[in-house]
Design a protein around this ligand. Sequence first.
Ligand code: TRP
Ligand code: SF4
Length: 400
Amino acid sequence: MYPDRVVSGMRPTGAMHLGHYHGALKNWVRLQSEQPCLFFVADWHALTTHYDDPSIIETSTWDMVIDWLAAGIDPSQATVFIQSKVPEHAELHLLLSMATPLGWLERVPTYKDQQEKLSDRDLSTYGFLGYPLLQAADVLIYRASMVPVGDDQVPHVEMMRELARRFNHLYGKEKDFEKKASEAVRKLGGKRARIYNELRTEFQEKGNEDALEQAKAMLDDAQNLSMTDRERLFGYLEGSRKLILVEPQALLTESSRLPGLDGQKMSKSYGNSIALREEKESVIKKVRTMPTDPARVRRNDPGDPEKCPVWQFHQVYSDQDTKDWVMKGCRSAGIGCLECKQPVIDAILKEQEPMRERAQQYLDDPSLVRAIVADGCDNARKMAQETMRDVREVMGLGYN
Ligand code: TRP
Ligand code: SF4
C-alpha cells in the first residue's frame, strides 16, 4: 500500500573512516538505486548522549554529509537530510510516548550497555531512555518498510514493529469499520471481491501467509480504490483495524567488516582508523607501519595470516589469487610483510580516488552541500507531514 521506503540515519560523528564505508555507506549506495531511500544525520540523537557538548554538532554534520556524497550517495536518487530540520520527528516521538510502556524502553539492551560503556557521563536522563523511541519516530514517520542497521540495532527495529502494531491497534479503530470495509470490498467488483474474501478467510482461519501476500498484491493492483478504502482493506485483511503506521524490517548489512589498523574495531578515538579521504602519503605510511603477526620478527620467520590484521584487510580488498599468494607466502616466509601490504595499499588508494574527486567540488563550494540538504529536508518534510496528518487525526488532534 505504501512505497517500499528505506530509512536510515547516522549520528554526526564528523569525517567518516573506511570502517563506516564498508560497514554501512557502501550498502546505502547500493540500496539507493534499488528503492526510494532516505538518509539522515541524526543530530538530536547525538545530544541524547552528548548533551553537554553541542559545539561539535554543526561541523560534524557537514563533514559527514560531504563524506556521504564522496562515498557515492547520490542526491538525485536518495533524500539526504538532517533530523532536526524535520521537527515532525519530534512531534511523532511525543505522541508515541503517550502510549509507550516504560518497560519497553528499560528493556532495550543498548540502554544498560551504553550506560555502562559511557560511564563517564550521566546518562540517567529522560532523553537517553527515550532514544529508541525517537529512533522509532524517525522510521515510522516515513512508513518505511526497511531499515538498514548493524546488528546492535536490531532490538530497536523490533521495538518499532511493536510500536506500530500497538499504535494501529489503539488508533486504527474506526466507527462502523466493518461496515465501511465491506462496502470497500464491494467496490473491488464481483470477482475480485469474492477472491478478496476467500483469501482473507484463508489467512484469518488458517494463518496462510501466501493468501495474505496474494490479497495484498491484488489490492496494490486495484486502480479504482480511494486511499482510505485501500487502507481499510489492508487493515481488514489482518484484523479489524486501519493500518496507519507500517511495521518496518531490519535490513542486516551483510557487509565486509573492516577492522582498524591494529585489528580492533576501527574508530577515530582508538587512533587506528583511515579516513575516507585520507591523504595518499598518510595511507601509505599507516599501512606500512601496521602491526603484523608478532611471530614474524625477522624476514625469514614464517607467519600466520590468521594472527595478522593485514590479512583482514586482504579479505576485504583482495581477490582470490592475491589471498592465495598471501597465505602461501606468509606461511613459508616467501614474502615479506611490506611486500604483502602493497596490494592493500594499492586497493585502498584506488577505492579512495573517486571519493576524493567527488568531495573536491563540495569542499570548493560548500553552498552545494547546503543546497542538497535543504532540498532533502523539504522533500522529507512533505512525506513526514503526510503521515502526521493521519496520526493527528486518529489521536483526536485533527481539529482547527
Ligand atoms: N541509532 C543509530 C545509531 O546509533 C542511528 C539512528 C538514529 C538510526 N535514527 C535512526 C538508524 C533510524 C536507523 C534508523 O547508529
Ligand atoms: Fe601479515 Fe602479510 Fe606479514 Fe603475513 S606476510 S604477517 S599476512 S603482513
